[in-house]
Each structure stands twice: as structure tokens, then as C-alpha cells.
Design a protein. Structure first.
Length: 120
């Protein structure tokens, strides 16, 4: 008999995310650089709080990554920190810095993604 409280009550644990992630439409990618590595990777999912990059070149938890989205909303520079690593698949990043003038474009990108896909 399972001893997990969530299994017994039928409830699922709450998400730790502050913002829901959405799958991004095909073609959304980001140029990123950190620790001497520069690469361009597809963005699998996105929120105003972070994203998941598809890449085989992952970095350690806590590493700062500089980003630049390459999308129709225009270049969107940002900084993020590695919060989750899936070796061979990619890494989850939490935004730590987005310039005030770039925030509306990031929000537009998230909204465009929400309109064309389902929330995760």
C-alpha cells in the first residue's frame, strides 16, 4: 500500500513554478553563451520566469547564462541561471535579468506562444 500522502489523497503536489510554461512554436531559438561556450539552441518551453533549452552542451546548476532570443518580436537579451539539467537533452533556466525596455517583447513572445499551444 503506498505511503505517499499525495497518492492516498489523490492530490498532486503543487508546482514550484511561479509562472506557467508553454510549449514554444517551432522556430523559436536563443543564442546563448557562458563559460567560453557560444551556441544557438531551440527553446522547448517558455514563461516570463524562465525557459528550457534543447542542447547537449549543459552547464552546472547555478551557472549564469547570457541569452539573446532570435524571434519576430526582435532581439531580446536576457540573463538566466541554470536551475535544472537533463544531460543529453537540455537545461532549464530561470531569468535573472531582462532590461525594462525588453520585457514587453518577452511578454509578447510568451503570449504568442500561449496562443498557438497549450500550457504545460
Amino acid at each position: 500500500m503506498p505511503s505517499d500522502e499525495h497518492t492516498l489523497t489523490g492530490r498532486t503536489p503543487p508546482s514550484r513554478r511561479h509562472y506557467p510554461r508553454v510549449k514554444t512554436p517551432e522556430g523559436v531559438s536563443v543564442y546563448w553563451r557562458c563559460e567560453g561556450l557560444e551556441d544557438t539552441s531551440p527553446v522547448r518551453d517558455l514563461s516570463v520566469g524562465g525557459l528550457f533549452l534543447e542542447t547537449g552542451e549543459t552547464r552546472a546548476l547555478g551557472t549564469t547564462v547570457r541569452l539573446e532570443f532570435l524571434v519576430q518580436e526582435g532581439a531580446i537579451p536576457a540573463e538566466a541561471v541554470v536551475r535544472y539539467v537533463r544531460p543529453g537533452s537540455g537545461m532549464g533556466l530561470k531569468f535573472t535579468s531582462v532590461h525594462r525596455e525588453d520585457a514587453p517583447r518577452l511578454t509578447a513572445l510568451v503570449n504568442r506562444s500561449t496562443g498557438s499551444t497549450n500550457n504545460l
